[in-house]
Design a protein around this ligand. Structure first.
Ligand code: FAQ
Length: 310
C-alpha cells in the first residue's frame, strides 16, 4: 500500500488541465494562470464595451426603422457581453470598478480594431461581416477554454456574435444589390476594415509572448496565425458572393497547403494602435471616461440604497 502525503494542489491543477477538465474559481491555480486570465478577460470585456462606440455612432442616422432596431439590439448585446465578461473576471478576485479604472486610465488594453473610425453606413455592415466574423473565429475555441466561467460566458456570446455577423452580411447584400454608389461604399469600407480585422488575431506567432504558455494552460486553443488563416479562408468566398474584392494583392489559393496565401498586415501600424496611437483612440477613451463620470450618481445612489437596506 502506498502512503500518499497531503494532496499537492499544483498536481491537481496539472491533472485537470491534462484531462481537459475545467478549472473552477475555488480550485487552486498558479498565479501566472490567474494573471493571464485576468489580462485576457479584462481586455476582452473592455473591447466589448468600447466596441459599442464605432457602430453606436450610427444609431441616430440608421437609414430605416428596421435598420435602427437591428443596430440598437446589436450594440445592446455588446454591453451584455461586457457584463458577462467582467463577471467572469470577478471570479478571479478582481473588481469591476478596478478594471474600469484601468481601462479609462489606459493601463489595460482593448482590441485594436475599435480604434478606427466608422465613416459610412457600409461600415456597420462590414463590421458585422468582418469584425464579428473575426471575433467568432477567435472566440468559438474559447468556449473550450480551461477556465469554467470564461468558457461558459463564451457560449452565449458566440451565439449572439453569430447573429451579429449575419445582420452585417445581410445589410451588405442589400447594399451591393442597390445603387452603384452603395456598391462603391461597401467596397470602400471593405478596403478600410480588411487589414485591421486581420490584426484582431494579435501579432504573428513568432512575436506573440503569451501564446505558448496560454496554449499549454488550455486558455488559447489555437495560435494567432492559425486563427487568422481560418478567417482568411472563410472570408474569401464570402467576399466573392458579395462581389467585392479584398485589398490584398498576394491573396491566392495554395493548392498544396489547401489554404489561401495572404499578405502581412502592417505590423508597425498595429504596434502604434495598441500603444495608444490609433486614429480614434483618444476619442474612444474620452467618451468612455465621460460616460463613467456621468454615471457616478447612479453608483452613488445604488451604494446609498444598499447601505440603507443592509
Ligand atoms: N488589440 O501574446 P499576444 C469583439 C496584445 S471582441 C489589442 O498574442 P494574447 C466583439 C496582447 O493583449 C474583440 N491588443 O497576446 C465585438 C498582449 O498585450 P500585453 C476582442 C492586442 O493575449 C465585435 C500583446 O499584444 N476579443 O470583437 C491585440 O495571447 C463588434 C501580445 O499579444 C478578445 O479579446 C489586439 N488585436 O493573444 C464587439 C478575444 N492582439 O497585455 C463590438 C480574447 C494582441 O501582454 C463590435 N482574447 N494584443 O501587453 C484573445 O483571444 C487574445 O487575448 C488575443 C491576443 C488573440 C487577442
Amino acid at each position: 500500500m502506498t502512503v500518499t502525503g497531503p494532496a499537492d494542489p499544483a498536481l491537481g491543477f496539472d491533472r485537470l488541465i491534462e484531462a481537459e477538465q475545467r478549472i473552477e474559481p475555488r480550485d487552486w491555480m498558479p498565479e501566472g494562470y490567474r494573471k493571464t486570465l485576468i489580462r485576457q478577460i479584462a481586455q476582452h470585456a473592455h473591447s466589448e464595451i468600447i466596441g459599442m462606440q464605432p457602430e453606436g455612432n450610427w444609431i441616430t442616422r440608421a437609414p430605416s426603422l428596421r435598420r435602427k432596431a437591428i443596430l440598437l439590439a446589436k450594440v445592446q448585446d455588446e454591453a451584455g457581453h461586457g457584463m458577462y465578461l467582467y463577471a467572469a473576471a470577478e471570479t478571479l478576485g478582481v473588481d469591476r470598478e478596478e478594471l474600469t479604472e484601468k481601462l479609462i486610465s489606459a493601463q489595460q488594453k482593448y482590441s485594436s480594431i475599435f480604434n478606427y473610425p466608422t465613416l459610412t453606413y457600409a461600415d456597420v455592415g462590414v463590421i458585422g461581416w468582418l469584425v464579428d466574423g473575426a471575433a467568432i473565429c477567435n472566440q468559438v475555441p474559447l468556449c473550450r477554454c480551461s477556465y469554467g466561467p470564461y468558457a461558459r460566458a463564451m457560449i452565449r456570446i458566440c451565439k449572439e456574435e453569430s447573429f451579429h455577423q449575419r445582420q452585417g452580411y445581410e445589410l451588405l447584400l442589400a447594399m451591393v444589390n442597390g445603387t452603384d454608389a452603395q456598391k462603391a461604399m461597401v467596397q470602400e469600407a471593405t478596403n478600410r476594415w480588411w487589414w485591421p480585422s486581420l490584426m484582431m488575431f494579435g501579432p504573428p506567432d513568432g512575436d506573440s509572448p503569451n501564446t505558448q504558455q496560454s496554449m499549454a494552460w488550455g486558455i488559447k486553443r489555437h495560435t494567432n496565425d492559425e486563427l487568422r488563416q481560418r478567417f482568411v479562408d472563410m472570408s474569401v468566398p464570402q467576399a466573392e458572393a458579395l462581389g467585392v474584392t479584398l485589398p490584398d494583392p498576394d491573396l491566392r489559393w495554395n493548392d498544396e497547403r489547401q489554404a489561401h496565401d495572404h499578405g502581412e498586415p502592417d505590423w508597425s501600424e498595429f504596434r502604434a494602435v495598441i500603444g495608444g496611437g490609433g486614429p480614434a483612440t483618444a476619442q474612444r477613451l474620452a467618451h468612455r471616461r465621460k460616460a463613467h463620470e456621468d454615471g457616478a450618481w447612479v453608483r452613488e445612489a445604488a451604494r446609498a440604497y444598499a447601505e440603507k437596506h443592509s
